[in-house]
Design a protein around this ligand. Structure first.
Ligand code: URA
Length: 210
């Protein structure tokens, strides 16, 4: 993957017509944060507020994410936050497989540019990129390494706002992984056990899901 510049990638995302979502969206939401971040958070897709502002996680789920970051000793500016899909799906519907596939080039480019040590997947869509066969309820909170990066699966903050049990679990998962999030270099000590178990597509030579 070519190592592009994050702001150039963002400009390309703003002009993107690779799927139809741009037709109904107000603004593209490329993502934001530290271009040298060791930790990248990947959500699902922009919602109403993100679409209006062109920024990721600025609605209620975003405020909740900010609070979780603080609990783990991080600020938004320390990390990079983006989504699997960069334009809002109408009525916040789930992104369609062809939309995810069309948009994946941007996430690939962003990750190649940032080269993070840890990727935190928020919800099932971003988890599917790394572990398509895994269920979030089985794997949340436990980091695994695949393709040289440590992936930390977490519930989506919006799910935590709907369920107090998920909220408790998400908070616990953040606190449990505070060391990894604050000192992402410790990710180097994690071995590619997940890949060896053959649960990830990256392990069977197919590259990423998209
Ligand atoms: N939910 C997401 O997955 N991403 C956002 O940017 C906002 C809400």
């Amino acid at each position: 993957m070519q190592k592009g510049n994050l702001s150039e990638i963002a400009e390309s995302i703003k002009k993107c017509q690779r799927c139809d979502l741009y037709k109904t969206a107000t603004h593209a939401v490329p993502g934001e944060g530290n271009p040298q971040a060791a930790v990248v958070f990947i959500g699902e897709a922009p919602g109403f507020h993100e679409d209006r502002e062109g920024r990721p996680f600025v609605g209620n789920a975003g405020k909740y994410l900010d609070m979780l970051l603080l609990k783990a000793g991080l600020r938004r500016e320390d990390v990079f936050i983006t989504n699997v899909v960069k334009h809002r799906p109408p009525e916040n519907r789930d992104p369609a497989p062809q939309e995810i596939a069309a948009c994946s080039v941007w996430l690939e480019e962003q990750l190649a540019a940032i080269s993070p040590k840890v990727v935190v997947t928020l919800g099932r869509w971003s988890l599917a990129r790394y572990a398509p066969k895994s269920k979030i309820s089985d794997v949340h909170g436990t980091p695994f390494k695949t393709g040289g990066v440590v992936v930390l699966p977490m519930y989506h903050p919006a799910a935590a706002l709907r369920s107090s049990q998920t909220e408790r679990q998400l908070t616990e998962d953040f606190l449990k992984n505070k060391d990894l999030l604050q000192n992402p270099k410790t990710a180097d000590q994690i071995t590619e056990t997940f890949e060896k178990k053959g649960q990830s597509r990256l392990s069977d030579g197919q590259g990423s899901l998209f």
